[in-house]
Ligand binder design. Structure first.
Ligand SMILES: O=C(O)CCC(=O)C(=O)O
Ligand SMILES: [Fe+2]
Length: 393
């Protein structure tokens, strides 16, 4: 089937990657202007594992865009030859590294986004204060809570269906929680409108919807991910960092008349995506899946057995890898709002940079690998037969 390649869906306020455990030195241009002495440290590679015996110096007086704790943590990764150097030398060295991994333009963007959030959190009055901290029994259905709290592969699998490899579906949220979240989003949007604020949309492909992390729900949703999604993704998606999720991007999308209509074919900027329908009443809006692909194969053909369409049901969740190609069909009537939690693993992203060869989770890598094995067996057989034939002559 000929398909136009999926878009890489990204959120607007995202940050670039940072520490590089495999030791990339800061670029030479940034080494200029450092205090005398730093040049003497010829081995400028960071250590992959922190030196836990080393006691970092105190950086609490250091002002700037990084918290002092970042320097204390990074000091433990410094090359051994630098550990006992002057604090200023170390500080310059670490600043070079951080600047290398977080360029100026990116830093400005993050800074503006931080200001935007601070302004909102300062001025916005929540409608349902109870949403802003975690209340598991008010948020989740008892079946879901029980399965996650038991926290075994069997208990988690017992509440799931897996209609196609890698896509899991399960009843998750209390109807009252869905209603309150919808009302909170509506209240926030009304407030934004009244304040004449320019709202930041969830990402590059939506004109409607809101980022939940922007108006005070970040801490609750982080706990949501850590305590209720991580135990599941650790079981089902270990090979894409499901066991090391450490950040998220949470938002609500809105489809229907006077809203977004459909969502084009794409992959998410996440390792694992949780998508839960919050309501209200609608028809259409099915989620279509078209196979899991790595960066190299994102545009490759879909195999027949990779095609699957899912119909949203309020309160019910769908969990899939971010690299599982998908899109949403037009919502033909009513209003559909869904909660999306893009869960990310910085460890997986860092390790991926050094991965070579076939990905164990990419459908096309696996297809190519099988094809290669078949060719290899054929070639071996042929060589064997030729050898045997030759011996007979
Ligand atoms: O509308 C949907 O259910 C899909 C949403 C989605 O895939 C996304 O926001 O990344
Ligand atoms: Fe998506």
């Amino acid at each position: 089937m000929a398909l136009e390649g999926p878009a890489e869906r990204r959120d607007e306020g995202q940050q670039g990657g940072m520490a590089n455990g495999n030791g990339v030195a800061p670029p030479p241009s940034r080494m200029a202007g450092r205090p005398l002495g730093a040049a003497a440290y010829s081995d400028r590679r960071l250590r992959l594992n922190p030196n836990t015996e080393h006691k970092p110096q105190d950086y609490t007086d250091v002002r700037g865009e990084y918290a002092p704790a970042v320097y204390s943590a990074l000091e433990r990764h410094l090359p051994p030859s630098l550990l006992e150097a002057d604090r200023d030398v170390k500080l310059h060295f670490m600043r070079d590294i951080l600047a290398r991994y977080w360029p100026h333009g990116e830093r400005n963007k993050v800074h503006r986004h931080k200001e935007y959030r601070q302004k909102i959190v300062h001025l916005y009055k929540p409608l349902h204060q109870e949403l802003y901290s975690m209340h598991p029994s008010a948020f989740f259905l008892p079946t879901f809570l029980e399965a996650v709290r038991t926290n075994t592969e069997e208990s988690i699998a017992s509440i799931m269906t897996e209609p196609i490899a890698g896509v899991f579906s399960f009843a998750m949220l209390q109807p009252n929680f869905c209603d309150m979240l919808l009302e909170e989003v509506e209240n926030f949007e009304k407030w934004v409108h009244a304040m004449k604020f320019k709202i930041m949309r969830p990402n590059t492909m939506n004109k409607y919807g809101a980022v939940l992390d922007d108006f005070g729900l970040e801490a609750m949703l982080n706990q949501f991910m850590e305590e209720f999604i991580a135990p599941i993704s650790k079981v089902f998606y270990p090979e894409v960092g499901g066991g090391t999720l450490d950040s998220h991007h949470a938002f609500v999308v809105e489809y229907g008349k006077d809203r977004d209509v459909e969502l084009g074919f794409h992959v998410d900027d996440s390792e694992v995506t949780l998508n839960v329908c919050l309501g209200k009443q609608f028809s259409g809006g099915e989620l279509y899946f078209r196979g899991i692909r790595c960066e190299n194969h994102v545009n490759s053909e879909t195999q027949h057995e990779e095609m699957y369409d899912y119909s949203h049901v309020p309160g019910r969740a769908v969990l899939h890898r971010g690299r599982h190609r998908h899109g949403a069909r037009p919502t033909s009537s009513g209003l559909r709002m869904n909660l999306l939690l893009w869960c990310r693993s910085s460890v997986f992203r860092e390790m991926k940079k050094y991965q070579m060869g076939f990905s164990s989770w990419c459908g096309e890598c696996q297809r190519e690998k099988r094809e290669r094995q078949i060719q290899c067996v054929k070639a071996t057989k042929l060589a064997f037969l030729r050898g045997a034939g030759g011996a007979m002559i």
